[in-house]
Design a protein around this ligand. Structure first.
Ligand SMILES: Cc1cc2nc3c(=O)[nH]c(=O)nc-3n(C[C@H](O)[C@H](O)[C@H](O)COP(=O)(O)O)c2cc1C
Length: 175
């Protein structure tokens, strides 16, 4: 897919076909996350790839909105060092968002759907992923061939209007 098409086609997919994802496609998707920019190029992230059905089911229970992980072909757990400093936490969150978008766009480019999941049960996620001390996982991305939301460039995405969002030169110039 062209970049512009992948960008317009990506949307959160929460129902997946049973079809597995080929290892080389998973590698490309993970590499897209690794290539993301980060503050000071610190790359404070690790990605845990999960494909085992039992582990996927456990991850699906870490938050009510994480259920889609259970039916996915694979999930990428985004793991970061725990940091007490507020600025560091914010910049890690920003960096992780960029990695997540890289992962999701690379997936869309391959016709693979992806969905976000927030983690609330940190005890469970720690146990499932065997996370080392000092690391935490706040987000998981599920992956799989879309079962219900085909990845075609959307003409009218569910978004605020362009003129409402974009301000030109100064705030008053926009919506
Ligand atoms: C930080 C973040 C957390 C999210 N958490 C969840 C979640 O726990 N479960 C879920 O189903 N979707 C989650 N989403 C997906 C959003 O609901 C989704 O991006 C938004 O509704 C737009 O959907 P669309 O891109 O399909 O149009 C999350 C998205 C972001 C950016």
């Amino acid at each position: 897919m062209e970049t512009w098409d992948a960008l317009r086609a990506r949307r959160d997919v929460r129902a997946f076909e049973r079809r597995p994802i080929a290892p080389h496609d998973l590698e490309r998707i993970l590499d897209a996350g690794r290539r993301a920019p980060s503050a000071g190029n610190l790359q404070r992230w690790d990605f845990v790839l999960v494909t085992g059905p039992d582990a996927l089911r456990s991850l699906a229970a870490v938050f009510p909105g994480a259920g889609h992980v259970g039916g996915s072909a694979a999930a990428v757990a985004l793991v970061a060092p725990r940091d007490p400093d507020e600025w560091n936490r914010r910049s890690i969150a920003f960096d992780m968002g960029q990695a997540a978008m890289g992962i999701m766009l690379a997936a869309a480019d391959l016709g693979i759907g992806s969905g976000h999941a927030v983690v609330r049960d940190h005890v469970s996620v720690r146990r499932t992923l065997a996370l080392p001390d000092g690391h935490e996982c706040h987000w998981i991305i599920s992956l799989g061939y879309p079962g219900d939301r085909p990845l075609r460039p959307l003409r009218n995405p569910d978004r605020r209007a362009f003129e409402d969002v974009v301000h030109r030169e100064r705030w008053e110039g926009g919506g």
